[in-house]
Design a protein around this ligand. Structure first.
Ligand code: SF4
Length: 353
């Protein structure tokens, strides 16, 4: 069966397959309900050309194998090509950004009178509304439509472009969905940025599931409690601030508090963790084992955490030893933490800082 997706791309033309069982494993690891039982999956918007669709102005694609083959097994991609969707066709005359970086116009490279700014902007707002259930978005970099940052903007009177703009479609969509985790394909090659994006997508998905069930004071408390160590790795000071927001909630103000909370929560996740902050979290975890481990085990963990902090080991090493000890000495608070949940190995989480 052929399915026409937003941006007029036929699913059958895309070069990735879904692997439901792997996705189900990933969802379970990250605390998201199994799609087999609810009909839900993690939907992520994406620039169509990154999945191999030949929709670029010159009739080519920009297939990204990691995104299509690896992330594609864990996410249900929703491909969108805004230039195709607004009727520009393939092949088409190329466009570029011209004017002020904060409000550039998208005009033809050869024909500056061809201005598609308003159409792209309207389409971005429309898709933000239609795709209200997506949990993230991967944009094609450098594009005057899809680029998320550092897109070249050319002076109206001519001259070289400066890399300080954002694609018109991406800008409209991101303004309409400010909480949505977003990233560009090139930056996903950086292990730290990749982990940060994937972690944010799963966290945002859990928030969407919470809001679908209804925001209550007790659900807010539980959501915050289970993300404490994740938040600590990003910003321990703002973790305390988030805790104060949660402490102020009551049944009557749960929705209002939830809105304030998730804005701050997603803002904290946008700040990538550092080795020092992850080391603090690992030491914090070690504290829960202080009565259970003998001197040699504690010393081994302290050494591993210190070697990780100095960049001599990946985080996966002290985490694996901690997980081993927590299996023998379970702790309910630690067991509920998303921080310790194992990720599918092929997503290569924990390879960054
Ligand atoms: S970058 Fe965006 S507009 Fe350009 S071909 Fe890819 S999806 Fe289409």
């Amino acid at each position: 069966m052929h399915t026409t997706w937003p941006g007029c791309i036929e699913a059958s033309s895309l070069p990735y397959s879904s692997a439901t069982s792997l996705r189900a494993i990933a969802l379970a690891f990250f605390g998201v309900t199994n799609p087999k039982t609810t009909g839900n999956s993690i939907r992520v918007g994406i620039s169509s050309c990154l999945l191999g669709a030949k929709v670029r102005y010159d009739g080519n694609h920009k297939l990204d194998s990691f995104i299509a083959d690896t992330l594609g097994r864990h996410f249900e991609f929703v491909p969108v090509c805004p230039e195709l969707a607004i009727g520009m066709g393939v092949p088409r005359a190329p466009i570029r950004l011209v004017g002020q970086a904060a409000s550039p116009r998208a005009v033809g490279v050869m024909d500056p009178d061809m201005d598609v700014t308003d159409k792209l902007h309207r389409y971005g707002r429309r898709m933000a509304h239609e795709l209200s259930d997506i949990s993230g978005y991967i944009f094609k970099s450098k594009s005057p439509s899809c680029g998320m940052e550092r897109v070249k903007v050319f002076p109206a009177r001519g001259g070289p472009g400066i890399k300080n703009g954002r694609g018109v479609y991406a800008a409209a969509l991101m303004a309409a969905q400010p909480l949505l985790p977003t990233e560009e394909e090139g930056r996903l090659g950086d292990p730290t940025l990749r982990e940060n994006f994937i972690e944010s997508v799963f966290a945002y998905r859990r928030w969407q599931e919470l809001t679908a069930r209804g925001v209550t004071a007790s659900r807010l408390v539980e959501f915050h409690a289970r993300h404490k160590l994740v938040l600590m790795a990003h910003d321990a000071i703002r973790l305390r601030w988030l805790g104060r927001i949660i402490a102020q909630t009551d049944r009557a103000r749960a929705r209002e508090t939830g809105k304030r909370y998730i804005e701050e929560f997603m803002s904290v996740l946008r700040r990538p963790p550092t080795r020092a902050r992850h080391s603090n979290v690992l030491m914090h975890l070690l504290g829960y084992l202080k009565r259970d481990l003998d001197h040699a085990d504690k010393r081994e963990l302290l050494t591993l955490i210190d070697r990780y902090r100095r960049g001599h080991l990946p985080r996966a090493v002290p985490l694996a030893i901690l997980a081993h000890h927590f299996r023998r000495h379970p702790h309910p608070y630690v067991a509920g933490q998303y921080y310790l949940e194992p990720a599918p190995e092929e997503l290569m989480l924990r390879c960054g800082v």
